[in-house]
Design a protein around this ligand. Sequence first.
Ligand SMILES: [Ca+2]
Length: 286
Amino acid sequence: MPTGRSFNFGSLLIVTLLAIVGGVPQWYNSTDGRQYLIDGDRKYNWFEARHECARRNLQLVEIETKEKNEALLAVLKPIFGNSYNLWLGAMDEYSRDKNFERPFYWSSSGKPMTFSYWSDNNPDNHKEDEHCVHTWASKSNYLWNDNRCDHQRFGFICEDHYLHAEQQKMLSEKVQKLRQPNAKLFEEYHLQQKEYSEKLSSLLAENEAGEMEFKEVLHNIYTKLEFDISHALAQHQREVNSLVENRNEAVHKRNAELRTFNEEMSKKFSKELEAAKIVYDDVLTV
Ligand SMILES: [Ca+2]
């Protein structure tokens, strides 16, 4: 009988679901503009959780204010429900003090903890071995507990490293300072450009109006000149025609007078010339 393992689809489904729920940290946006990388897989001690953040250039979350805590709770509740075990960035630097008021520090920035959200009777430094802080699934609303750094296995919350955040802030301020004079310069430039553009438009409009006026006046001059020339030509033509007619009439009259004179002369002297011609012929023939 073969003793090979039968494939268990149920196990596969559970493993797949676990891989989706935990195991791969996911980024979440907070309503206050912050972003958190959260891993719900409860397999990290505090140092491992800190390392998971550090290897991504991040840090375990440091909750300095009530406002930041409330905004973070609004991120966590839709993911994990009423509460969950997640490492935070605070620890007491291995204090042996069991006093609830013993100082805690945010481990990346080194700042002392000024805002706290402890659950009842914590931080108790149980067995003087609880130095690292986490949100506690045993209490509602993600209240805090001090716990053993190296034995407990929780998920974690990372955020942008404080140095990166400070550098970003400083860079942003420098950019802002650089932008201010440039912004004034740009504003002045745009104002001058606008003024120049308006002046240019005005000059072009004036020029266009002048051009139209010039064309109209020129057109009127040409029209008048054309009319005057046409009128003058017509008038001169009439004068020329009249002169030619008068001249022709005078020539006709002169021709008529010449014809009449010739006829009269011809009548008057034809007989005498004929007689004179006969006498002249006779003389020659003698
Ligand atoms: Ca405790």
